[in-house]
Design a protein around this ligand. Sequence first.
Ligand code: F6P
Length: 328
Amino acid sequence: MKKKIKKIGVITSGGDAPGMNAAIRAVVRACSYYKIECVGAYRGYQGLIEGDFKPMTARDVSNIINCGGTILKSARSKDFRTKEGRKKAHEQLVKEGIDGLVLIGGDGTFTGGMIFNEEYNFPCIGIPGTIDNDIFGTNYTIGYDTALNTVVEVIDKIRDTASSHNRLFFVEVMGRDAGFIALNAGVGAGAEEILIPEENLGLERLLESLKRTKRSGKSSSIVVVSEGDKIGKNVFELADYVEENLKEYEVRVSVLGHMQRGGSPSCFDRVLASRLGVKAVELLLEGKTNLMVGLINEKVKTTNLDNAVKGRHEINKELLRVSDIMSI
Ligand code: F6P
């Protein structure tokens, strides 16, 4: 018979994302609602290993729904990748009396949870929290919507200066190996071209397209480049290459970087985090494990952690077509 869950631990791990605090709040408050204890661990898996715990009650998560970052802090723990580290984490969890874990993070976080569950049969439920939106089993990850809005706002500003100086801007956005941010923010910000890892445009086609743009009478342009783009050059090399081959352009580069991970979460991310946090606690109470909660077609659904990590969340190719048509 499965052990009854009386105390749940919660961590945020991997790259932080706006809305992680809203997810922590939802987990803590759902625990209070169901009259079980909740404990946060600091710095993700590292906090489990070091026993860096903080008991959390409903009032401990007041006034955080609107805050970016994560009050539990985050880390990419190297120690947890070792058997030794996981053994220590397990000992600390047993000592603290924690009998289920909610893991808020991305694929690295879920891979850790899966291995831990396999080794110690320890109940784990994942909540997708990453700006990259690169997780299978959910249409949206927590933080993605906020990041899109941040990127669009910044590109709008870049557009002002680009058009004042008749310049071509290459704007690099985050997304590791996924083009979701680039593609959606690119369309939203009216980019001329969008370079993403899922579709290699190729240098020649990029040059052709930029020439066409110039001929069509545009005086300034914005190209959004995903950091994982496979064109074979980094954004600075790409800018140099274009400037050398298209003398008519004055080129500048802007790498948006970590600003994309900060800021107050959008309403969408807060609501998503609240729904997924509640469901994660309910699943643990039902004796479920090794699942990720996600939003599919507006409904909260579950996916095996294994599928969440190995499955591929496909980009919406229709958006590429729309972008092409818009950049005429
Ligand atoms: O996974 C989120 C993310 O922001 C990626 O988009 C990016 O490649 C990576 O994290 C950067 O990680 P770090 O903050 O550890 O440099």
